[in-house]
Design a protein around this ligand. Structure first.
Ligand SMILES: *[C@@H]1O[C@H](CO)[C@@H](O)[C@H](O)[C@H]1NC(C)=O
Ligand SMILES: *[C@@H]1O[C@H](CO)[C@@H](O)[C@H](O)[C@H]1NC(C)=O
Ligand SMILES: *[C@@H]1O[C@H](CO)[C@@H](O)[C@H](O)[C@H]1NC(C)=O
Ligand SMILES: *[C@@H]1O[C@H](CO)[C@@H](O)[C@H](O)[C@H]1NC(C)=O
Ligand SMILES: *[C@@H]1O[C@H](CO)[C@@H](O)[C@H](O)[C@H]1NC(C)=O
Ligand SMILES: *[C@@H]1O[C@H](CO)[C@@H](O)[C@H](O)[C@H]1NC(C)=O
Ligand SMILES: *[C@@H]1O[C@H](CO)[C@@H](O)[C@H](O)[C@H]1NC(C)=O
Ligand SMILES: *[C@@H]1O[C@H](CO)[C@@H](O)[C@H](O)[C@H]1NC(C)=O
Length: 538
């Protein structure tokens, strides 16, 4: 194929002509060139002699798709033009066009076939940041992952993915899809006797950061295997009834990302049908309380409520019983002030909890995690928390009974809180700090006392090493650490009082006026003697 350069130009011109012809027949197709159409061109080519200008501007210069394409069938080793501009990694089966300007539409079937024809089996197709606006149907390919994210996609042809029967992951996030444009028939699959034209293998669908505000109620009817759905960064504000129908209908759902959707509430029965739901991401919404809907998501193991304006989590608005929840995150919650008694009592399997970066969280009740044993109400149970993140809050006191088995925890991160260094927190120095020091010494910095005033700014680790005893305020509410100063004052007072009293006594008993005012020698000596006499009297 050394003569490609010289043979290419006539072919290109020829192809452009064909392109215009086909465009006249079907305005939807802009690119139209492949080795098969070359044979048809004998008939169509003769009729077309008019404008080629519009075609030249919209047609990428990698036409035809196969280098040296001609009337001869391309040898199987031929290199597809798609692999010249984009990357074809044969080892991983990745066809990567990231950041290559592709024009407004995806490649036509002929282009994809040229890829297939060269023996390169594309399994992962990345058309990311390419400026695409419209997605056209794909021919049969062994693609399992198709990434169309970060484009300008506003429309997708119906039955677009029908011949990608092995497709498992479809990423359409960061595009311009609207509710109206996203119709169920886009996801049509081949006929099946069991499910309505299913895309049988599609597990992951990412629709984040589009212009969706609602979903077609039947949107997912062709996706019986859908496990992971993300809708983040679409300003829904409410999950209306038809969206609820769409989501609640995904019976195989495992992971649902509803973050940053400006949601003020979650419909009560949204999680009722997807029994297998494990991961629920509600980050960055406008929820003002722990949603009641969680009560139906009984199988949830991972939950994030980060960045929601929930002011308090107390009995009555506490977490419902989520027996399988192992991970919970309550961070960056600007309104959160109080976590009260029993807040987490329904979370008996909790292993990891993040309560961090809540600037107003000042109160974490000592019984937030504890619950009554179901068999024996006189006994208490705690969840088996192993990783406890509590940094960057406004918490001053930590109850030793908040959790149990501190000594076997993997992470206890209590940095950057205004700790009170008095007797209530004494166990922090005596028990908790040594544990942290042993397990995760890297997170011992920024542990400072903030009160009482005498202790403010002191490093708790230093206090621990100096075996400082953190003392209690006395009954009058005075602070313990004042005691030192009080004693010192008392001592000074006594020291001053002794000679003063002595002087008064002396004046009263002996009239030692000579001690004061007069400066002659005899007065001094008299005073001296008087003092000795005084001493003798003790
Ligand atoms: C394709 O690659 C060639 C050479 O690498 C370059 O000149 C051309 O501009 C590229 N075309 C597109 C559409 O990116
Ligand atoms: C998909 O496959 C069907 C036959 O199975 C075929 O008729 C159709 O043209 C194919 N679609 C594309 C875009 O290749
Ligand atoms: C692409 O190759 C696969 C397997 O090699 C084959 O099943 C499929 O039909 C081919 N598609 C086209 C459009 O040639
Ligand atoms: C493509 O997928 C089909 C099944 O759909 C399979 O028979 C064929 O071997 C695959 N081709 C390659 C090259 O992996
Ligand atoms: C949850 O959502 C936030 C925001 O979209 C994201 O950063 C985070 O990775 C998500 N977590 C999971 C496990 O999906
Ligand atoms: C909770 O987890 C257990 C063990 O993994 C499992 O058997 C059970 O079905 C789960 N519960 C729910 C409601 O999914
Ligand atoms: C932190 O808590 C103290 C009381 O413990 C309170 O006076 C202060 O206003 C709180 N700070 C913030 C930012 O909420
Ligand atoms: C737990 O048991 C105590 C009595 O032992 C009872 O006062 C309390 O109300 C119980 N709490 C709950 C949440 O059942």
């Amino acid at each position: 194929m050394h003569s490609t350069g010289s043979r290419w130009w006539p072919t290109l011109a020829y192809v452009l002509v064909v392109g215009v012809t086909l465009q006249m027949h079907n305005s939807g197709i802009v690119y139209a060139a492949d080795d098969q159409s070359n044979s048809d061109a004998a008939t169509t080519g003769t009729t077309t002699t008019t404008t080629t200008t519009t075609t030249t501007t919209t047609t990428p210069d990698w036409m035809p798709y196969v280098e040296g394409a001609s009337n001869d069938a391309p040898p199987p080793t031929q290199k597809s033009k798609l692999c010249t501009n984009c990357t074809c990694n044969a080892d991983t089966g990745t066809f990567d066009c990231t950041s290559k300007p592709l024009g407004p539409k995806t490649f036509p079937p002929e282009a994809w076939k040229s890829l297939n024809g060269t023996g390169f089996v594309a399994k992962r197709v990345l058309l990311v940041s390419t400026g695409l606006q419209h997605v056209t149907s794909f021919p049969a390919m062994n693609v399992t992952l198709l990434d169309l994210s970060h484009n300008e996609i506003a429309t997708i042809e119906t039955r677009c993915f029908i011949n990608l029967t092995l497709l498992e992951v479809l990423d359409l996030s960061h595009n311009r899809l609207t509710t109206e444009a996203l119709t169920p028939d886009i996801f049509d699959g081949h006929y099946s006797p069991y499910v309505y034209e299913p895309m049988e293998k599609l597990r992951v669908l990412r629709l984040g950061a589009n212009q969706l505000h609602s979903l077609n109620p039947d949107l997912f009817e062709h996706l019986p295997a859908l496990q992971e759905l993300s809708l983040e960064l679409n300003a829904f504000k409410v999950i209306d009834h038809q969206s609820e129908v769409a989501i609640a209908g995904i019976s195989s759902l495992v992971s649902l990302d509803l973050s940053y959707m400006e949601l003020e509430a979650i419909p009560k029965y949204l999680l009722h049908t997807p029994r297998g739901l494990r991961y629920l991401n509600l980050t960055g919404n406008l929820l003002r309380e722990v949603p009641d809907a969680l009560a139906y998501g009984t199988g949830i193991t991972w939950l994030s409520l980060d960045e929601n304006p929930i002011p308090s989590i107390v009995l009555g608005s506490d977490f419902p019983v989520l027996k399988n929840l192992t991970f919970l995150s309550l961070s960056y919650m600007t309104e959160l002030k109080v976590i009260g008694r029993g807040a987490f009592r329904g979370l008996e399997s909790l292993e990891e909890i993040h309560i961090t970066n809540n600037p107003h969280l000042s109160y974490l009740h000592g019984q937030a995690f504890v619950r009554n044993d179901t068999d024996n109400p006189d006994r208490f149970d705690w969840p088996p928390v192993k990783r406890f993140y509590l940094h960057n809050n406004n918490i001053s006191y930590l109850d030793a009974q908040l959790l149990v088995q501190w000594d076997t925890m993997e992470v206890v991160d209590i940095r950057v809180n205004p700790w009170a260094c008095d007797c209530t927190n004494r166990w922090l120095l005596l028990t908790l700090l040594p544990i942290i020091e042993r397990t995760t010494p890297a997170i011992l910095n920024n542990l400072e006392c903030s009160s009482p005033p005498q202790m403010a700014g002191q490093s708790m680790v230093d206090l621990e090493h100096k075996h400082t005893r953190m003392r209690c305020p006395d009954g009058a509410g005075n602070n313990p650490a004042n005691d030192g100063a009080l004693l010192m004052g008392l001592l000074i007072g006594v020291l001053i009082a002794i000679p003063f009293t002595a002087a008064v006594w002396c004046v009263y008993r002996r009239g030692c006026f000579g001690l004061f005012g007069r400066s002659n020698k005899s007065a001094y000596s008299r005073a001296f003697y008087s003092r000795t006499t005084l001493n003798e009297e003790f």
